[in-house]
Write a protein that binds this ligand. Structure first.
Ligand SMILES: NC(=O)c1ccc[n+]([C@@H]2O[C@H](COP(=O)([O-])OP(=O)(O)OC[C@H]3O[C@@H](n4cnc5c(N)ncnc54)[C@H](OP(=O)(O)O)[C@@H]3O)[C@@H](O)[C@H]2O)c1
Length: 246
């Protein structure tokens, strides 16, 4: 992959940062996006070949302009649309602002990057697009409704696009992490089973991406646990998830 160009959004911290550094270490040229910050600026010198492209993913026009600016340096071979945000959302106090924030960042923020990348990749009939969803998109869990709904939407969108993009020569992967220690999970005050570090998450993802799987869930223990939950009929699911109520 030496010298090929990858675009990673949400690259200032957590999984995205680890992916950007991991890709650079594996010989990729990396275009790293997040909102302007010292963390994003600090990323570039750490990698061998990382360039920062500050971007608010909620701005559709800015996404198109960023993709154009990156592609002025070469075609994007791999786009990892990873930017995301999380806040808990319980029934009491559930508000429009929280839901809108999740939708605008996690769902529309991903779509805003997906469209210009997809158009360019279709035109040249090559490329690999990765959407970072979550195992929280597999089943609805108490307190995670707003976040989980955006991730479920991404998974459904990806399932719809996968065969369609295939005939245009483009691979599509949906990454579904379990719990990863990052700023996003730092405020969680509940047990996080099978928690892994961001570097470990990035290593697993980057090891498996060359196989171009459709679904890439990690770590395997969490994927198995949530995969079993996914198979349960609703009454049995609620029997388990009622125990998560606080
Ligand atoms: N950590 C987990 O356990 C876990 C589990 C499942 C899925 N995920 C998913 O993995 C992805 C990365 O999460 P993380 O855990 O690494 O979280 P994180 O450390 O908080 O990183 C989130 C990244 O998204 C960026 N971002 C947020 N809003 C943005 C916006 N409007 N425009 C541009 N960039 C924005 C952040 O940068 P700035 O704020 O600097 O802009 C940051 O770089 C997310 O999609 C998350 O939902 C994480």
């Amino acid at each position: 992959m030496t010298g090929q160009l990858a675009w990673v959004t949400g690259a200032s911290t957590g999984i995205g940062r680890a992916l950007a550094l991991g890709l650079a270490a594996r010989g990729w040229r990396v275009a790293a996006s997040a909102r302007p910050s010292a963390a994003l600026d600090a990323l570039a010198p750490e990698g061998t070949d990382i360039a920062a492209y500050p971007l608010d993913v909620r701005d559709a026009a800015a996404n198109a302009a960023t993709v154009a600016a990156i592609e002025a340096t070469g075609p994007i071979a791999l786009a990892i649309l990873n930017a995301g945000t999380y806040r808990p959302s319980w029934a009491a106090g559930f508000d429009v602002a929280t839901m809108r924030d999740m939708v605008e960042t996690n769902l529309m923020g991903t779509v805003n990057g997906l469209i210009p990348v997809m158009e360019r990749m279709m035109a040249r009939r090559s490329g690999h697009i990765v959407l970072v969803a979550s195992v929280a998109g597999w089943r609805g869990l108490p307190g995670g409704g707003a976040y989980g709904a955006t991730k479920a939407a991404l998974i459904n969108l990806a399932e719809s696009l996968k065969p369609d993009l295939e005939r245009h020569g483009i691979a599509l992967t949906v990454v579904a992490p379990g719990f990863v220690r990052t700023p996003l999970t730092a405020g969680n005050d509940f047990p996080m089973p099978f928690l892994i570090e961001a570097d470990e998450a990035a290593r697993i993802i980057l090891d498996r991406l060359p196989g171009r799987p459709f679904s890439l869930a990690l770590p395997w223990r969490m994927a198995l646990a949530m995969g079993l939950l996914r198979l349960l009929p609703a009454p049995l699911l609620f029997g388990l998830t009622r125990r998560m109520l606080r």
